[in-house]
Design a protein around this ligand. Structure first.
Ligand SMILES: Nc1ncnc2c1ncn2[C@@H]1O[C@H](COP(=O)(O)OP(=O)(O)O)[C@@H](O)[C@H]1O
Ligand SMILES: [Mg+2]
Length: 415
């Protein structure tokens, strides 16, 4: 597979805050922990050897607890803070080598930034706030007007153009911030905890909005958050930061199913597994599988051996055809009138796809009032690839319920 060139790439970035960063970087302190360095020298290692690539159109989420270095990182990507060491490469160009002038140009054309605390200008109308980036770009008044109105429509704020920021709710203000970042049509969006100050409801709305916009715009996005649910919802990939270093990078599924250590585990333990993981994650290899040309006696023997009441019937391509009940096989074996199990399939071939979410599976199991002990799982071609036992589903449903109740309990104490 051809490797795509990164849109944005951080290469061995370091940032040390303090009077003499190089004295730390050019000594043994470099390899000491952040706490040790701070204690002994007063310097803070805010970024430690951070490297990653973000592909064109990708949403790359950076997650970490407060103080882990997220804001420093996202600012270093635009050189709003100068990195102490390392490179930032955008479209193959090392921007750490850019002159001031080139850098300003780069920021205007390529990057939009959205901050947590809206950062709107209070004395300017909504319209003039959104038009700000276009003014800096030197766009004509007409272009500014058109573009601004279009952006306000995109974020659902038409009609508010002449209002001032303080007349808007937090969610609306953040929409203005988003419209402002989008107005100049940047190729990259850098978003530093843009939704963290919003109520949970509004926050989810804004997340949905961003997903919807991104489907159309396909920007390259670096999105900072300290919230795992948000990271799992928005990220194509997630990088986890601790003490200035990236300790794990992966897809949302990687992060939840194989947390790198307790720090990541701490984030993930609360996640509703059922909402993010696919059936594949809990299935086991199918136990009793018989081929459609085999006879009832062979099938019966198979089921007895495995102590199962049903067998999954497949064709020679391993495609799932249906379920054979043990009684049906037993009756046919006695009567001797069926020559192959294909004639004995009682149930319609209902199966789950390995890529279905656990949530979807749970809902369907409840809908169908499924009475089988074990449920077949197929791949995209309909081949039998696994099974999920009823007890596993029951435990899953219980977990899901407990988490729900837990979440509600927590909510009701905070409201
Ligand atoms: N200008 C600064 N001077 C000194 N220390 C700083 C400065 N900015 C940030 N820090 C320190 O760097 C670390 C990372 O901060 P920050 O990037 O803001 O983390 P986050 O955004 O993940 O909360 C923190 O320990 C913070 O106190
Ligand atoms: Mg921050």
């Amino acid at each position: 597979m051809a490797r795509t060139i990164a849109k944005l790439s951080a290469q061995k970035l370091w940032k040390v805050f303090g009077p003499r960063p190089q004295s730390v970087l050019r000594s043994d302190w470099r390899d000491k922990s952040r706490a040790e360095v701070q204690e002994a020298t007063g310097h803070v290692i805010a970024l430690r050897d951070v490297s990653f690539d973000v592909a064109q159109g990708e949403v790359f989420v950076v997650m970490g607890l407060s103080g882990s270095g997220k804001s420093t990182l996202v600012r270093c990507l635009l050189r709003l803070i100068e990195p102490s060491e390392g490179q930032v490469v955008v479209d193959g160009q090392d921007i750490t080598k850019y002159s001031r002038r080139k850098l300003m140009n780069f920021r205007r054309k390529k990057a939009g930034m959205v901050f947590q605390r809206f950062a709107l200008m209070p004395h300017r109308t909504v319209m003039d706030n959104v038009a700000w980036g276009l003014e800096i770009q030197g766009q004509s008044r007409r272009t500014r007007l058109e573009r601004t109105h279009e952006m306000l429509r995109v974020v659902g704020l038409e009609g508010w153009a002449q209002n001032y920021p303080h007349e808007l709710s937090g969610g609306m203000q953040q929409r203005v911030g988003l419209a402002r970042a989008l107005a100049a049509d940047p190729e990259m969006l850098l978003m530093d905890e843009p939704f963290s100050a919003l109520d949970p409801m509004i926050r989810r709305e804004m997340q949905d909005e961003l997903i919807r916009l991104q489907e159309r715009m396909k920007k390259t996005i670096v999105f900072i958050t300290h919230d795992l649910d948000e990271a799992l919802k928005l990220g194509d990939r997630i990088a986890i930061m601790r003490d200035g270093a990236i300790i794990q990078v992966g897809t949302p599924e990687d992060i939840v199913s194989a947390p790198f250590d307790e720090y990541v585990g701490e984030f993930t333990k609360d996640v509703r597994k059922v909402e993010v993981l696919p059936v594949r994650f809990i299935m086991k290899p199918p136990k009793t599988r018989v081929y459609d040309w085999q006879g009832p006696r062979v099938a019966l023997r198979e089921m007895r051996q495995e102590e199962e009441d049903v067998a999954f019937v497949v064709d020679k391509e391993e495609r799932f055809l249906g379920i054979l009940a043990r009684e049906a096989a037993a009756r046919a074996a006695e009567g001797g009138d069926a020559t192959s199990v294909a004639q004995l399939l009682e149930t319609a071939p209902i199966a789950f796809s390995a890529d279905d979410s656990l949530q979807w599976m749970l809902a369907r199991v409840m809908d169908y009032n499924w009475r089988l002990e074990t449920i077949p799982v197929v791949d995209a071609e309909g081949k039998l690839v696994g099974e999920v036992h009823r007890t596993v589903i029951r435990d899953l449903a219980k977990d899901a319920l407990e988490v729900r109740v837990g979440v509600q309990a927590r909510r009701s104490t905070t409201v």
